[in-house]
Design a protein around this ligand. Sequence first.
Ligand code: TMP
Length: 210
Amino acid sequence: MNKGIFITIEGGEGAGKSTLIERISHKMQEMGYAVTTTREPGGIPIAEQIRSVILDRSHVAMDARTEALLYAASRRQHLVEKVIPVLQAGGMVICDRFVDSSLAYQGYARGLGMEEIWAINQFAIEDTMPDLTIYMDIPPEIGLSRIKQADERELNRLDLEKLEFHHKVREGYLKLLKLHPERIVRVDANQAVDAVLKDVLEAIRLRLGR
Ligand code: TMP
């Protein structure tokens, strides 16, 4: 049994997840939590290597199922090596993306099917699920224009998908929100960072009683 708290942050491109995670982590530390922040795909050397393979812009030949399996493989290793030990020790993990990303991107937007993607991910994660998932919702046009302006971030293979794909990702997330209202909270990411942070902290307080 895990004693810790597992929070995942989800959203389309340019929703502002990284900035938000830094801010929440800071707040939670002030409140006395032992916080570990991490990301998917990545967070540990093996998974960061898988990330490079998946997101490499030259890998145009990558099959959609291969992509889905690589995300699930990196998720497994990251959970075992990093997330589960922190949760077992009673810490708080705040993770940039988790299984909902695979359901929205590979299951829904790529059209592989959310049930199929859930099946391979269930094998990978067994029974570890987030206590709370924040979905940072932003219209894809706005999110994509944000990342195109930020020159420090090179656009990866998925960023380069057509606008239609990113609309489907959003639809996928909105479906997940409907299916799991007890776990997923939507936050409007198209507002100033302070306002987003306030909404997220409120969600953590309401859902986790903290
Ligand atoms: P990032 O840009 O948030 O670092 O995520 C990397 C990309 O990988 C992003 O385009 C979303 C995508 N992704 C999936 O398609 N499926 C997944 O399971 C995960 C974790 C990420």
